[in-house]
Design a protein around this ligand. Structure first.
Ligand code: NOJ
Length: 528
């Protein structure tokens, strides 16, 4: 007997929606989104039909990396609100039957965090070893060849104490030393702080980075590197990431989440399948519930490639590992910008019908496409450090357009911190809510269908195939068999299926025999 969706925990049957707080809704008129803005727009999230919200960082921060540089792990930046405002958000989210996850950034703090200020104050500081300090190499240069993910050396020289400190990202984001037990204890206390306030879990930033190999050996060169990709990729991050000790820390985080009675951990991890799935841990010592699977973002939009990616990922999962899929984020180009609006509708159907927990990104539900940001308004440090590579993330972080009022209803006051999508007068939540054929209503219909059919939320996946532009698979639960057939191209495809159409990405006129160009279909095969 297949277990019904109700017998699965929420994070298996449910859908996660990422909110980037700076860009969701601004209640206080300073041009930057905030917690009160999120509360005011929660009906949109609940009405979409998702189950949980993951909030990118809201902690006090100098914002060198827009919140991923945390200066206090137990507070709320005044830009976003207050702790009392956070408590109101938790209550409002729970009142709608939703869950709330916060970003947790354990690999690095801000260089303004009091821990780092103290650590850098003297070589004898009691907190010196909370961060990773080393003497220069014999030639006076950095201690090893490691590179920052944002380009350049991963080491910065500190004049005051005449040593280098390590930072996997900006120099304003020094890496914490997780081999120091006191760091572990302090960060655990920070997690408890939020769990005690009723938080339902965390998305853990760059989890696979948090421990470095003993002795910090040089990383080997990457033979596949070219100047067209980021400088970071010049080396393989063999010794700076994915160390066995980091798995033990993930298991400690999990034990803490379990102690709180089923709080949930999502790990941000970029690794190939065989190493990614290790982050589930073992049944005796589980790791994170959901190690993020970014393959829909990383793979070309090609039916054969995607079919193989789905099959390989499914095959790599341990029996206790629940799958998950991500379609967009504040770090990746928007899906509609990458594959076009017509295919973004197909992508919506794909992520909401694959087996596993989907993570959706704000704005994709209305199909925001490529937004060109004038150079003088670009804010992302990743852009500013490597401007020629066109890897700035601002284009995916533009404010949510809510309606056709000034500034799209995002803010009542100042100019938004990033420009709006240029088509906001027509591409906004209110306009799409009243258009039955809109992307928003497609998302709502897909989410409702997923909730209505256990085959879609918790069923098995079978007969995954990709041929030409056709990607197809079945979802099964009990006696139910659903066929998902997706046309990834601009020409009709003879499908020759028999079944009742439950949903088409193109609305009326669907036919189980032939897929129209850019059409995705969900068919009930038992109802043939
Ligand atoms: C991953 C986050 O998603 C990204 O936005 C950030 O820049 C890096 N981690 C560093 O924290």
């Amino acid at each position: 007997m297949d277990r019904s969706a109700d017998d699965h925990p929420w994070w298996e049957r449910g859908v996660i929606y990422q909110i980037y707080p700076r860009s969701f809704a601004d209640a206080d008129g300073d041009g930057v989104g905030d917690l009160a803005g999120i509360i005011a727009r929660l009906d949109h999230v609940a009405g979409l039909g998702v189950d949980a919200i993951w909030l990118s960082p809201i902690f006090p921060s100098p914002m060198a990396d827009f919140g991923y540089d945390v200066a206090d792990y137990c507070g709320v930046d005044p830009l976003f609100g207050t702790l009392a405002g956070f408590d109101r958000l938790v209550a409002a989210v729970h009142a709608r039957g939703l869950k709330l996850l916060l970003d947790f950034v354990p690999n690095h703090s801000s260089d303004r965090h009091p821990w780092f200020v103290e650590s850098r104050s003297s070589r004898d500081s009691p907190r010196r070893d909370w961060y990773i300090w080393r003497d220069p190499a014999p030639d006076g240069g950095p201690p090893n060849n490691w590179l920052s993910d944002f380009g350049g050396s991963a080491w910065t020289w500190d004049e005051g104490t005449e040593q280098y400190y390590l930072h996997a990202f900006l120099k304003e984001q020094p890496d914490l030393n997780w081999r120091e037990r006191a760091v572990h204890a302090a960060m655990t206390a920070a997690m408890r702080f939020w769990l005690d306030r009723g938080l339902d879990g965390f998305r853990i930033d760059v989890l696979w980075h948090i421990v470095k190999a003993e002795g910090l050996p040089d990383n080997p060169p990457n033979p596949a590197w070219t100047t067209a990709v980021t400088e970071r990729d010049r080396l393989l991050q063999r010794h700076s990431t994915d160390q066995p000790e980091a798995h033990a820390i993930a298991a400690d985080f999990r034990a803490l989440a379990d102690d709180y009675g089923g709080r949930v951990l999502v790990g941000e991890i970029f690794l190939p399948n065989e190493r990614l799935v290790k982050w589930y841990g073992t049944p005796e010592r589980p790791g994170v519930h959901l190690p993020f699977n970014f393959q829909l973002i990383e793979n070309p939009w090609d039916a054969g490639v995607l079919a193989r990616a789905i099959t390989d990922y499914e095959a790599a999962l341990p029996p206790w590992g629940w799958p998950n899929w991500v379609i967009g984020s504040h770090d990746a180009p928007r899906i509609a910008a990458r594959i076009g609006e017509a295919q973004a509708r197909v992508a919506a159907m794909l992520i909401l019908t694959l087996r596993g927990t989907p993570t959706l990104y704000q704005g994709d539900e209305i199909g925001i496409g490529r937004v060109d940001i004038p150079p003088d308004r670009m804010r992302d440090p990743q852009h500013h450090r490597q401007p020629t590579l066109d890897i700035g993330r601002d284009r995916s972080r533009t404010p949510m357009p809510w309606d056709a009022s000034p500034e799209a209803g995002f803010t009542q006051g100042a100019e938004p911190w990033l420009p709006l999508n240029p088509d906001w007068p027509t591409r906004n939540v209110a306009a799409q809510a009243s258009d039955p054929g809109s992307m928003l209503n497609l998302y709502r219909a897909l989410l409702a269908l997923r909730r209505a059919h256990d085959a879609l939320s918790v069923g098995t996946i079978a007969v995954v195939a990709g041929e030409g532009d056709l990607l197809r698979f079945e979802r099964r639960h009990g006696a139910m068999r659903l066929l998902v057939a997706l046309n990834l191209g601009p020409r009709p495809i003879a499908l020759g299926a028999r079944g009742r159409v439950l949903l088409s990405t193109l609305g009326a006129g669907a036919d189980a025999a032939v897929l129209r160009p850019d059409e995705g279909l969900i068919l009930d095969l038992e109802m043939a």
